[in-house]
Design a protein around this ligand. Structure first.
Ligand code: IMP
Ligand code: MG
Length: 177
């Protein structure tokens, strides 16, 4: 693994995101919706820096299957979300890659809220976009490499790394049992 963003750099990026969100939503009631599992650590770090009245909700999205680094069929789990009609919603995800995940979630949440839904991501991978939706807040733009750490996994490993690293080719093989 080689480090792309150190824990310190990530902290600065999250600080910038928090400042922008605090400025744009000052005094407004916000519903933050985190996309499990990858946004777990970003969400925890971000919400502790936000100062408007807010509520936190979670959804799950899966598109990666096993050790594959290309997206498979996207499945969304939105059970357990409260009534969102009229709410100001900010969706939080780890990375915008093709954009299919955010596009599908934003569309469904806009339907439920009957109003525009915005999104914030830590990373945006350049050169991969397929969806027409743009994330509203982006902390870092990164090259088209498969990254892990700070919540992001490969085959459910590496989420606990405090930094973000690019996986080597040799790490991309199915881990042997
Ligand atoms: P998208 O739908 O193609 O934008 O994919 C977004 C989802 O795929 C993110 O929420 C991540 O969970 C996952 N993903 C995309 N690229 C990476 C990566 O480089 N490392 C780990 N997960 C990734
Ligand atoms: Mg994800």
């Amino acid at each position: 693994v080689n480090v792309l963003l150190s824990a310190d750099e990530i902290r600065q990026g999250v600080d910038r995101l928090a400042q922008q969100i605090n400025r744009d939503y000052a005094g407004k009631h916000l519903v933050l919706i985190g996309v499990l599992t990858g946004s777990l650590i970003l969400l925890a770090d971000l919400i502790r820096q936000l100062n408007m009245p807010l509520r936190v909700e979670l959804v799950q999205a899966r598109s990666y299957r096993g050790a594959a680094t290309t997206a498979g069929q996207l499945t969304l789990q939105l059970e357990g979300l409260p009534e969102l009609s009229g709410e100001e919603i900010l969706l939080i995800d780890d990375i915008y890659d093709t954009g299919q995940t955010l596009a599908a979630l934003v569309e469904e949440l806009q339907r439920r809220a009957s109003r525009a839904v915005r999104s914030a991501v830590l990373l945006r991978k350049l050169g991969r976009q397929e969806a027409s939706i743009e994330p509203d807040y982006v902390a870092f733009e990164i090259p088209d490499k498969f990254v892990v750490g700070y919540g992001m996994d490969h085959a459910d490993r590496y989420r606990n790394l405090p930094y973000i690293a690019v996986l080597d080719e040799s790490d991309l093989k199915e881990p042997s049992a």
